[in-house]
Design a protein around this ligand. Structure first.
Ligand SMILES: Cc1cc2nc3c(=O)[nH]c(=O)nc-3n(C[C@H](O)[C@H](O)[C@H](O)COP(=O)(O)OP(=O)(O)OC[C@H]3O[C@@H](n4cnc5c(N)ncnc54)[C@H](O)[C@@H]3O)c2cc1C
Length: 835
């Protein structure tokens, strides 16, 4: 599974602390764009790898508290060091040259400080890259297609740095190009001898033989500074790369500590080691790499990986010297591990308890080197046919695979290029970040800590914001009103809010339809994008009907995703599908309203982040039937608000959001909290429910799509009575009928969204009602069939199907039962006949 960069952060190791006040002063003076003082600084440390301690600096200006800036600081470790080791100055030099003069993906560097009076050692500050890191090169939890793309991107990133003309970027003196392998073999042999022998861990004679073999087989090209030499990273492997948060491309090559000039094929062989040996399996018997244990599905073969590299870099096929380069990489690895083990025996290894096994790993690598040398053939003489560096962008790949909507053609339901781009991004986000987290989210939601928030949820929200996948539900007109009220028409970004996606992406309801259905594929997804119910409905109420003060107090934190909300209308004692039955009273007393009543099924009110309730009650029991009701904002922490219990849906409590039963007993709220005015509750309900109802329908299309996909995949895998389920005639007809119903419902939902955009809520109400009946009924059928195909597994919590089904079933009642919507459709039909 991918880790977000921010997930690799831990509190600072006590031995690595430094003077933060001194750092703040230095950064303010030397880092371009650093927030102006006063600044609150939080320092965290990257826990993964790094012999040079690396820290994340989070600087928050107290003047613009929304403006968080992140940087990375990398320094030498404290204490006495070998002169050539931990050369952060060299790292800075190479990063700067690459960042300024090339398109090699590296973090931008801001400043290098060699004045040791500031933090005790030299350090430099660079850009913080939020993205994905793959700490396990087998890429568990990633679908095969993405694995392929990730490996291809890795090969391309290596090629990009190998293509750099060091002479033209001022790095010509960064190292000696010729005789690199020769010098390296001597260096690592010396290192091995220094770590083993008398009074130290045992020396392995096969290692010394290996050094001799390598010296005798140094490829000829090594002696000259000709092609094949240039910039060498020295530690190029997949877990030193930061990938874009959703696209399968490298945005940062990290850890340049060992970089120099020399023979670049050493980098290539080193990056290929996962194919040869799996050093992560130190305590198991089999250490074989991909080639031995089977390449995980989707990861290209070694020959394919090398072919992409050669094609992208223009380098010749490396068959001739391959035995040497791989054996050298294993030799170097063995020497490094022997050093780590030696330090462990002395009690000062940095790798913790893992270092205990390093001596064993060193010996395994030596064995592997010899086994490799003794192989008859290690690489085909020619690259595999048909593999070039035809970098198909993630967008193009996805379009080819997923796009059932041709972008260039005209038509009512042909999404724009903007929507297609957002859609592809969203699909990637779901695959990379949501589906892999589903089981963890479920686990927490079933534990005793169920009413707490999984920390990853908040991190993914931040990522979604940065990716522009935030508040996409906000229609243009509502955004315009908020912009006018809050910022006097100005761009909200210029008003000091860091997040320029606060008011969505300027989409129509129809455009949002294509995106919302993707979020509906997972019950966990909508809230990650701040597009979940009931928040969207409540934000819509505020956007349309809130005063400037109400917007400032409640809408902004809701838009930012800092708080959540509930909508409290339904009451246990009355039939609430008819809202005129509501009995909760809202009575004015001077400058306050006093609320008394009992509500249930207030979704989201159990969420610890829920801070505000939109409560519907009656302000005048004697007024005309539809003028008695009002809506009012109630801070959930107001005295008298009592959460009684969470309600269960078929046993699901939907933690951590939940559906609450709540008592309001003499709850006093200021008169300013009334929405739009007394007696306007029905009016608001109409405005709120139109788009909100459609969002449910859109998500149901997505839930059904997930069911279709799972149904088909299962049918193609599972055999019954000698045949795959997919080969049974009854299955073909069932899946076909599901597809027909799904497409019918999708068209109806899109049509309703389009009418909402063009005609408004009132005129679109008939089609919205049709969609509201059609979508849950269709989703129930499709999900039911998907569960049937899964057998007992489909009814269990081991798949997402039962939860999706339970959620779909509630929507034949929640937001109005089917019968109410059918009544609306029927009445409109008769009205038309009377005209
Ligand atoms: C998971 C879930 C989440 C919910 N979230 C919220 C929330 O956040 N906030 C909130 O206020 N409420 C929420 N609700 C409540 C929901 O909106 C109500 O349950 C719904 O409006 C129906 O009201 P009722 O339960 O009182 O049913 P009733 O009004 O008692 O209706 C019962 C049944 O009567 C029949 N019926 C009703 N009207 C007609 C008609 N005109 N013709 C023929 N038959 C009819 C239907 O079969 C209907 O199912 C939620 C419900 C669920 C299950």
């Amino acid at each position: 599974m991918a880790m977000l960069t921010s997930n690799l952060l831990d509190p600072v190791n006590s031995g690595h602390r430094f003077d933060e006040a001194a750092l703040l002063r230095y950064a303010a003076a030397n880092v371009e764009g650093f927030p102006p003082p006063p600044v609150d600084l939080t320092v965290l440390q990257f826990g993964h790898g790094q012999s040079n301690p690396t820290f994340c600096l989070e600087a928050v200006s107290r003047v613009f508290p929304g403006a968080v800036k992140r940087y990375v600081l990398r320094k030498k470790p404290p204490g006495v060091l070998l002169e050539s080791a931990h050369a952060v100055e060299r790292e800075f030099q190479v990063l700067k040259a690459l960042g300024v003069h090339t398109d090699v993906p590296v973090p931008k560097v801001f400043c290098l400080c060699t004045d040791t009076s500031i933090l005790g050692t030299s350090f430099y500050i660079m850009e913080y890259l939020e993205g994905r890191m793959f700490l396990d090169n087998k890429l568990p939890g990633i679908i095969p297609e993405r694995r392929k793309a990730i490996y291809q991107a890795t090969a391309r990133a290596l090629a990009s740095l190998h293509k750099v003309n060091v002479d033209s970027i001022g790095l010509q003196k960064f190292g000696r190009r010729e005789n690199y392998c020769k010098r390296q073999v001597e260096r690592w042999e010396k290192q091995y001898l220094a770590s083993t022998g008398e009074g130290k861990p045992d020396q392995n004679p096969k290692m010394l033989d290996l050094a001799s073999w390598l010296k005798q087989h140094i490829p000829q090209e090594d002696s000259s500074a000709a092609s094949g030499t240039g910039l060498v990273h020295g530690d190029f492997r997949i877990d030193n790369l930061v990938f874009h948060p959703v696209e399968d491309r490298v945005i940062g090559i990290l850890d340049w500590e060992l970089s120099t000039l020399g023979n670049q094929m050493c980098d290539v062989a080193y990056s290929s080691l996962p194919y040869i040996v799996d050093v992560m399996l130190v305590d198991r018997e089999s250490y074989g790499g991909f080639e031995f244990n089977g390449t995980p599905e989707g990861i290209p073969s070694l020959a394919e990986y090398l072919a992409v590299y050669c094609s992208a870099s223009g380098k010749p096929w490396p068959a001739a010297g391959w035995k040497f380069y791989v054996a050298f990489s294993l030799f170097r690895g063995a020497s490094i591990y022997a050093g780590v083990y030696h330090r462990w025996t002395l009690g000062n290894a940095s790798g913790g308890e893992r270092a205990r096994y390093a001596g064993n790993v060193a010996n395994v690598l030596i064995d592997y080197a010899w086994a490799f040398i003794n192989k008859k053939s290690v690489l085909p003489l020619q690259p595999p046919q048909g593999i070039q560096d035809s970098e198909v962008s993630w967008k193009k790949l996805d379009k080819e695979k997923e796009d059932s909507y041709p972008a260039k053609e005209q038509g009512k339901f042909v999404p724009s290029q903007k929507v297609l781009e957002l859609r592809n991004k969203l699909l990637m986000f779901m695959e990379n970040h949501i589906y892999p987290m589903e089981s963890e989210f479920y686990e927490l939601a079933q534990s005793t800590a169920r009413w707490t928030i999984h920390p990853q949820e908040e991190k993914l929200k931040e990522l979604a914001k940065r990716e522009g996948l935030w508040n996409l539900w906000i229609p243009l007109d509502s955004a315009a009103r908020a912009r006018k009220l809050l910022f006097d028409g100005e761009d909200h970004a210029s008003a000091g809010y860091w997040n320029d996606h606060l008011l969505g992406a300027g989409l129509s309801n129809l455009e949002y339809g294509y995106l919302c259905e993707i979020m509906g594929r997972s019950v966990w997804a909508p809230q990650i994008f701040n597009c979940g119910a009931p928040d969207t409905g409540n934000m819509e109420v505020l956007l349309r009907y809130g005063t400037k003060e109400q917007l400032k107090e409640w809408l902004i934190p809701l838009l930012e995703g800092k708080i959540r909300s509930g909508f409290a209308m339904t009451e246990p004692q009355v039939a609430s599908s008819d809202a005129t039955n509501i009995e909760c009273s809202i009575t004015r007393q001077g400058d306050f309203y006093v609320i008394n009543g009992k509500k249930w099924w207030t979704s989201g009110a159990m969420d610890p982040r829920c801070k505000i309730l939109v409560v519907m009650g009656k302000t005048d029991f004697t007024a005309a039937k539809h003028k008695q009701q009002s809506m009012i904002l109630v801070d959930i922490n107001t005295p008298g608000v009592q959460i009684n219990r969470p309600l269960l849906v078929f046993g699901f409590d939907d933690a951590p959001h939940g559906h609450a039963e709540i008592t309001f007993e003499n709850v006093r709220v200021p008169v300013e909290n009334i929405l739009l005015g007394e007696g306007r509750g029905f009016e608001i309900a109409q405005g709120r429910l139109g788009p909100g109802r459609l969002h449910h329908c859109m998500r149901l299309i997505g839930a059904a799509e997930r069911g279709m996909q799972m149904m088909a995949e299962r049918a193609l895998r599972r055999k019954v009575f000698g045949k795959l389920i997919a080969q049974q005639g009854s299955f073909l007809s069932s899946i076909a009928k599901c597809r027909i119903e799904l497409e019918q419902a999708r068209l109806l939902v899109l049509e309703a969204a389009d009418q909402l955009d063009r005609l408004g809520n009132k005129k679109a109400r008939g089609t919205i009602a049709m969609a509201k009946v059609a979508a849950p009924n269709m989703a129930l059928k499709v999900l039911d069939m998907a569960m049937q195909v899964h057998g007992a597994a489909g009814l269990s919590s081991d798949t997402v199907l039962s939860h999706l089904w339970a959620t779909a079933r509630t929507l034949r009642i929640a937001d109005g039962p089917d019968e109410v919507h059918l009544g609306t459709i029927g009445k409109l039909e008769l009205q038309r006949a009377r005209l």
